[in-house]
Write a protein that binds this ligand. Structure first.
Ligand code: ADP
Ligand code: ASP
Ligand code: MG
Length: 409
C-alpha cells in the first residue's frame, strides 16, 4: 500500500515524541508500504514565531511572515528524517517547494493548486521514506514561498495523498479521533468510528479544529479515505469517507471563537445595498460567514455579518465607507461572540432539530444573536462567554451520535 501519514505539532513536540513518530514510520515501512510523512512544526513553534514577528513589527510583511513560518516545519522535517535514518531506514526530507507543492493566492492563505510530485516519486522508487514539510508551498508565478493557512499540514497531507494515489491518509494527532464535540469542552463526548466527508466538512468549517476544512475538501474531491487517530496509542480512530453505514440526526457539535460580528445600522431598504456593502469585502478577500438582515418599520434595514477576527478592523473600515456612501448609520463591531453548530446528515429527514436547539439554548438562558442553516447544519451566534455552556447543553440534549436508521452498507 501507499500511505501518507501526517503528524501534528503535539505529536512532534519534543525529541522523544519525534522518536516515537520515527518508530511508527519505520514499522509501517517494514510492513512493506510506501510511506510519505507530512509534519507540522514542533509544539507551539508557529505561535511563537508569530509572536516574534509581532515583537519586531506592528504589521509584519506578509512575504516575510511566510519566510519565517515555513522555518517551523523545516525543523521538524529534518529532525524526523534524521530519526528515521538513525533507525536504519533511508529517508529524505523536502520543503513544500521541493516536493512540488504549487500554490496560488495570498501569502498566509495560499491554496494548493497542483502537486508535481516527481522528486517524491523518485525517492519512493529508491525505497526511501519521504518527509514533506506541511503547511507550505511555492507560487510558480512569483517563485515566492507561501503558507496555506493555520492547520494547513492536514491539507498538505490529503492533497499529497491524492496526488500520489495513496490508499489512505492517516492524520495522527493528540486525540483518538473525531469526537461528537471537542473533548476538551465536553469530557463525555464520544469518538465517532466513521463520518462522511459531507458532515466532516461542515464540522471543520464550523470550527472543529481536528481537521482543516480544506483537507476534507481534498478528501471528498479525490475520494481519499482519511483516518484520524492518535500518535500516542494504536487505537482505531475515525474514518472520514464517502458514505457511512449509519445516519445520525446529529453527528457532532462544533464551536468557533475566531469570528467577530459587524453590524451596519440604518441602511436604505433598496436594491443594491447588500452588494454595495459586500462587494468591497470580497475584493479585499475578506471571508464573510453568516449574514443576517432585518428590515425595520421605518423602511431602513440593519445588516449583521461575521468575519474572522483578524479581518474585523478591515471589515469595519470597508463597512463604514459603504455606510457613509449610502447615508446609513453607525457600524458596530462585537469581538465577544462565538458560534455553535450542530451537524448531522439525518437532519434533512428529521424536522424539529432547529426548534429543539433554540429551546435548549433558551432553557440554558443563552441568547441567540444570529442563526444560519444548511441542509445538514444549524449554527447560532451567542456571546463568547456562553459558548462552552451552549455546546455542553446541546450535547446533553441531543447525545450525538443520534443514530436514526440503517442506511445499508
Ligand atoms: P494537530 O497539532 O495534531 O494538528 P490540532 O490541535 O490541530 O492538532 O487538532 C486536535 C485538537 O482538535 C484536539 O486536541 C481537540 O481539542 C480539538 N478538537 C476540536 N473539535 C474536535 C472534535 N470534534 N474531535 C476531536 N478533537 C477536536
Ligand atoms: N504549523 C502550522 C500551524 O500551527 C500548520 C499545522 O500545524 O498544520 O498552523
Ligand atoms: Mg491541526
Amino acid at each position: 500500500m501507499r500511505i501518507v501519514q501526517k503528524y501534528g505539532g503535539t505529536s512532534v513536540g519534543s525529541p522523544e515524541r519525534i522518536a516515537r513518530v520515527a518508530d511508527r514510520v519505520v514499522a509501517t515501512r517494514h510492513a512493506g508500504h510506501d510511506v510519505v510523512v507530512v509534519v507540522s512544526a514542533m509544539g507551539h513553534t508557529t505561535d511563537e514565531l508569530i509572536s516574534l514577528a509581532n515583537a519586531v513589527s506592528p504589521a509584519p510583511a506578509a512575504r516575510e511572515m511566510d519566510m519565517l513560518l515555513t522555518a517551523g516545519e523545516r525543523i521538524s522535517m529534518a529532525l524526523t528524517a534524521m530519526a528515521i535514518i538513525a533507525r536504519g531506514v533511508d529517508a529524505v526530507s523536502f520543503t513544500g517547494s521541493q516536493a512540488g507543492i504549487l500554490t496560488e493566492g495570498r501569502h498566509g492563505d495560499a491554496k494548493i493548486a497542483e502537486i508535481r510530485g516527481f522528486r517524491v516519486e523518485e525517492s519512493l522508487a529508491e525505497g526511501k521514506v519521504v518527509i514533506v514539510a506541511g503547511f507550505q508551498g511555492v507560487d510558480p508565478a512569483t517563485k515566492e514561498i507561501t503558507t496555506i493557512g493555520r492547520g494547513g499540514s492536514d491539507a498538505t497531507a490529503v492533497a499529497l495523498a491524492a496526488a500520489m494515489g495513496a490508499d489512505v491518509c492517516e492524520i495522527y494527532t493528540d486525540v483518538d479521533g473525531v469526537y461528537t464535540a471537542d473533548p476538551r469542552i465536553v469530557p463525555n463526548a464520544r469518538k465517532l468510528s466513521e463520518i462522511s466527508f459531507e458532515e466532516m466538512l461542515e464540522l471543520s468549517a464550523a470550527g472543529a479544529g481536528v481537521l482543516m476544512s480544506r483537507s476534507v475538501e481534498f478528501g471528498r474531491r479525490f475520494n481519499i479515505p482519511i483516518h484520524v487517530r492518535s500518535s500516542f496509542n494504536d487505537n482505531a480512530g475515525t474514518w472520514v469517507k464517502e458514505t457511512t453505514v449509519e445516519q445520525a440526526i446529529i453527528s457532532g457539535i462544533a464551536h468557533d471563537t475566531s469570528e467577530a460580528k459587524v453590524t451596519v445600522r440604518g441602511l436604505p431598504d433598496t436594491p443594491g445595498v447588500a452588494a454595495r456593502v459586500f462587494e468591497p469585502m470580497a475584493e479585499q478577500g475578506i471571508n464573510v460567514d453568516m449574514i443576517v438582515q432585518n428590515v425595520g418599520q421605518d423602511g431602513s434595514t440593519d445588516i449583521s455579518f461575521t468575519v474572522p477576527k483578524a479581518s474585523a478592523e478591515e471589515a469595519r473600515s470597508i463597512a463604514t465607507r459603504a455606510a457613509s456612501d449610502l447615508g446609513a448609520g453607525a457600524v458596530e463591531i462585537d469581538l465577544d461572540v462565538a458560534k455553535v453548530s450542530l451537524v448531522g446528515a439525518g437532519m434533512k429527514s428529521h424536522p424539529g432539530v432547529a426548534a429543539r436547539t433554540f429551546r435548549t439554548l433558551a432553557d440554558a438562558g443563552i441568547n441567540i444573536e444570529m442563526i444560519s442553516t444548511s441542509t445538514i447544519r444549524i449554527s447560532c451566534v451567542v456571546k463568547s462567554s456562553d459558548v462552552q455552556r451552549a455546546v455542553q447543553s446541546l450535547h446533553n440534549e441531543f447525545e450525538p451520535p443520534m443514530i436514526t436508521e440503517e442506511r445499508g452498507a
